[in-house]
Design a protein around this ligand. Structure first.
Ligand code: DQA
Length: 144
């Protein structure tokens, strides 16, 4: 099975970006961990990051017919992007929404997500582990 992992704006800066909130792990390390874990579980993990909403939407469209699961940390687009939610809804691929930080313990503008209604589940506040849990959930779900 193939899983797409999509990271949104400023997640390319992980490791140095507000480490007291997002931790010290870099995006490259996160992606490698997911690829390795996926391989051990028989899943092909493909990771992408973009600071551009349209590019994220294009990858969601591209996933149609290719991927059986999506893991999405859309960064701030989580709280603003109806377009990304529509794209996820359109492709009908199970999506798990992930946030490194506990968005509910932060500013109120982070409490609303346009993506949660089109997600099969949401993981937030567990740091890097959240991505791995999302991957495990999609793999388990695919097994039926
Ligand atoms: C984030 C939380 C968002 O509110 C923020 O805009 C991000 C990262 C997280 O992983 O905790 O960029 O998605």
């Amino acid at each position: 099975m193939k899983i797409y992992v999509l990271h949104g704006p400023s997640l390319n800066l992980l490791g140095t970006r507000e480490p007291e909130i997002y931790g010290h792990t870099t995006l490259t390390e996160i992606n490698q961990g997911l690829i390795d874990h996926g391989k051990a579980c028989g899943a092909d993990v493909v990771c992408h990051q973009s600071n551009h909403e349209g590019q994220l939407i294009d990858w969601v469209h591209q996933a149609r017919g290719q991927a059986q699961g999506l893991i999405v940390n859309a960064g701030a687009y989580t709280h603003t992007s109806i377009a990304l939610a529509d794209a996820i809804s359109a492709v009908k691929i199970p999506m798990v929404e992930v946030h490194l930080s506990n968005v509910f313990a932060r500013e109120s503008y982070r409490h609303h997500s346009y993506l949660s209604p089109v997600a099969i589940g949401v993981i937030c506040g567990l740091g890097v582990i959240g991505y791995r849990l999302a991957l495990d959930a999609l793999i388990e779900r695919q097994k039926g």
